[in-house]
Design a protein around this ligand. Structure first.
Ligand SMILES: Cc1ncc(COP(=O)(O)O)c(C=O)c1O
Length: 440
């Protein structure tokens, strides 16, 4: 027990109200009990025959998730270990459905390259998926962002047209419904229309942001989600469910089944009597052995109910706006990206540097920016080691940003005030004397 305690003490507490780095995963007592029960029963949810109740529950939970985010009442899909696995599985499906002739005995080496389009702020699991699939890293075209950090629609068209001109084969476009770095939701309706025009599979990566569709003030951002061929959403990010719990939603099992089912081993052959009995997740999912993940979503929704989940998400979005307001009104902070959902990117700008910026020419600004980048990196380093709060970082237009992501129902305004004070405190602790420009 003493050894266990030392491990617990050295574990980062992502459920702490001031753990605001990355996209924290926040659990609940109900989620923990669900996991305990799932591990005790320990069914292998690979097929209906192997785990009938768990399979039925997973189908129910998947349909609930689809309806919560506006994808549709009759969504189909399955639970995954997380967003990366959901994205990989989606791209595999997309490739099989869109380019069935490329299901090859020898790999893709001699075939026309097939292309995926994703914004520059797409999660790295998209490129990783293309790499794993053997498509080649160059098969993911990076589409530039517009001024609001959204995937630029005219650049998307340009990229597709250029590739068609080269004889390449576009097959999929990936939109962000809540980018990891800034929380931006791409223009889903416009991307859906481009996908329809060019006959591309439309995948939405909503691993982080999709639950925000529950917020009445934000749901307009998710218009068009219902037009996607597939959507990734992580219950273990913003639906307060313990890791691991991702989900891939799509329209129709049948569409995928033909493209992904393999001649399974004799030991798994199903001798079914009804259609339900013949259902097997291995026809769709990359995984074979699978945990009873559905139980924790089912128990969470049954215990807390949608309204409490919605309230927690609305509160997180409101807190991010409060954070941005504090940053905007303070003289020593700068907001680096608009707050769309619950992520806020900002930096500390000491008054001495702010004054220099005001009168600097282009070259001096670059030097000052490099100085600020170093300074904010040092502040972050100090905060991460201090233990009172945890922030992460990103880069926005060449600027090193401190980044907070609010996905915890325990976080309050007082925590946010404390975080901003902490940034100032760590700045003062650095005894910063500034660069030559600053001292001039
Ligand atoms: C937008 C987005 N997609 C996918 C992922 C990967 O999710 P997971 O860590 O569950 O694999 C993340 C992780 O932060 C993400 O932010």
């Amino acid at each position: 027990m003493a050894d266990c305690r030392s491990i617990f003490e050295a574990t980062r507490h992502t459920g702490h109200p001031r753990f605001l780095g990355y996209i924290g995963s926040v659990s609940t007592p109900v989620g923990a009990f669900a996991d305990l029960i799932a591990s005790s029963l320990n069914p292998n949810v690979n097929s209906w025959r192997g785990a009938p109740a768990a399979t039925e529950l997973e189908k129910i939970v998947v349909a609930w998730l689809g309806s919560l985010i506006g994808y549709g009442e009759n969504s189909q899909g399955f639970l995954t270990s997380g967003g990366s696995m959901a994205n990989l599985n989606a791209l595999v499906m997309a490739h099989r459905v869109q380019s069935p002739e490329q299901v090859s005995e020898i790999g893709f080496w001699n075939l026309t390259p097939t292309m995926i389009y994703a914004g520059e702020r797409a999660h790295f699991s998209i490129s990783k998926a293309a790499d794993i699939m053997g498509l080649g890293r160059n098969c993911v075209r990076t589409v530039s962002s517009d001024a609001n950090f959204r995937l630029d629609i005219s650049n998307l068209r340009q990229c597709i047209e250029t590739d068609l001109g080269k004889g390449l084969r576009p097959f999929c476009v990936v939109a962000n419904a809540g980018s990891t770095s800034t929380g931006t939701v791409d223009s889903l309706t416009e991307i859906a229309s481009v996908a329809e025009e060019y006959n591309l599979w439309f995948h939405i990566d909503g691993a982080y942001g999709a639950p925000a569709a529950l917020d009445p003030r934000k749901c307009f951002l998710f218009e068009g989600i219902e037009r996607a061929d597939s959507v990734a959403i992580d219950a273990h990010k913003w639906l307060f469910t313990p890791i691991d719990c991702g989900c891939l939603l799509f329209r129709n099992y049948d569409q995928i089944r033909d493209s992904l089912s393999f001649g399974i081993g004799e030991y798994l052959k199903l001798h079914e009597e009804t259609e339900a009995e013949s259902f097997a997740f291995w026809d769709y999912s990359i995984e074979l052995s699978r945990r009873f993940r559905a139980l924790k979503i089912w128990m969470l929704l049954r215990y807390y109910g949608v309204e409490r989940i919605r309230a927690a998400i609305c509160e997180n979005n409101a807190l991010a706006e409060y954070f941005a307001e504090c940053v905007n009104t303070a003289k020593d902070f700068e907001l680096l990206a608009p707050v769309e959902l619950s992520i806020c990117c900002f930096r500390y700008v000491p008054s001495s540097l702010a004054a220099k910026f005001a009168v600097a020419d282009e070259t001096q600004r670059e030097t000052l920016n490099a100085e600020l980048n170093q300074l904010n990196a040092k502040i972050l380093y100090a905060i991460q080691r201090n233990g009172k709060a945890y922030l992460s970082n990103t880069t926005i237009s060449g600027k090193y940003a401190l980044r907070v992501c609010l996905v915890n129902f325990r976080t309050t305004r007082a925590d946010i005030d404390q975080v901003l004070d902490l940034v100032r405190e760590e700045f003062f602790n650095l005894n910063y004397s500034g660069s030559s420009i600053i001292n001039n």
